[in-house]
Ligand binder design. Structure first.
Ligand SMILES: N[C@@H](CCC(=O)N[C@@H](CS)C(=O)NCC(=O)O)C(=O)O
Length: 207
């Protein structure tokens, strides 16, 4: 059975929703960020980067959300979380890559500025600019996503990944009033039972 290491409301939520979408049994293991459990030697043995998610599979431990999402989708093809068309598959990977390498990194500038600077003033400046950069990067997705789902008619793991960015947006200081496509996508996602189940398990609320 797959095991997902997660922290409530973190990017691991995308994989959690994907697992829920499959309907397959899996185990959830919470990593406590408050006590910095992600830096404990026990967790570093699972993910040396000290981050969630990590997915324990019968073939080994997988890290990095895009890889985890594709693996979950390939493991449970009946859930149809990957588009059959190669071009759509490439478009889906484009969204997963962009979210992981760009929008998620923008978010990290808010509370994890110490990764890029040491002095307090620089960290404050990194934090101050983060919402502006995240809004600009989300705006590119605003103009690109389909309806009702990222790829159009086909719901895919790109929806679960993008969803976490939109769910983070308002608390991160990015107004979704200016991003109506993302706002509508967030609403559609929050109506899905997989999202509602993952929210209930992680103790999260719709926004
Ligand atoms: N590139 C990784 C990033 C994972 C990541 O940064 N996760 C954050 C939570 S959203 C984390 O575990 N942070 C803990 C820390 O920085 O100490 C992915 O996409 O899975």
């Amino acid at each position: 059975m797959l095991k997902l290491f997660y922290s409530p409301g973190a990017i691991s939520l995308a994989a959690h929703i994907a697992l829920e979408e499959t309907g397959a049994p899996y185990e959830l293991i919470r990593v406590d960020f408050k006590s910095e459990e992600q830096r404990s030697s026990a967790y570093l043995a699972i993910n040396p980067q000290g981050r969630v998610p990590a997915l324990v599979t019968s073939r080994g431990i997988l890290t990095e959300t895009p890889a985890i999402l594709v693996h979950i989708a390939q493991n449970f093809p009946e859930a149809k979380l990957l588009p059959p068309d190669p071009w759509d598959f490439a478009r889906m990977l484009s969204v997963l890559s962009y979210v992981a390498s760009t929008v998620h990194v923008d978010n990290a500038h808010l509370n994890r500025g110490y990764r890029w600077a040491d002095d307090e003033e620089s960290i404050r400046e990194i934090r101050r600019k983060a919402p502006e950069v995240m809004a600009a990067d989300l705006r590119l997705l605003e103009g690109k996503i389909g309806e009702p789902w990222v790829l159009g008619e086909h719901y895919s793991v790109a929806d679960t990944h993008l969803f976490v960015m939109s769910w983070w947006a308002e608390p991160d200081g990015v107004s979704l009033a200016d991003l109506p496509n993302l706002r509508a996508h967030l609403d559609r996602m929050q109506n899905r039972s997989a999202v509602q189940k993952a929210f209930a398990q992680e103790g999260l609320a719709a926004r």
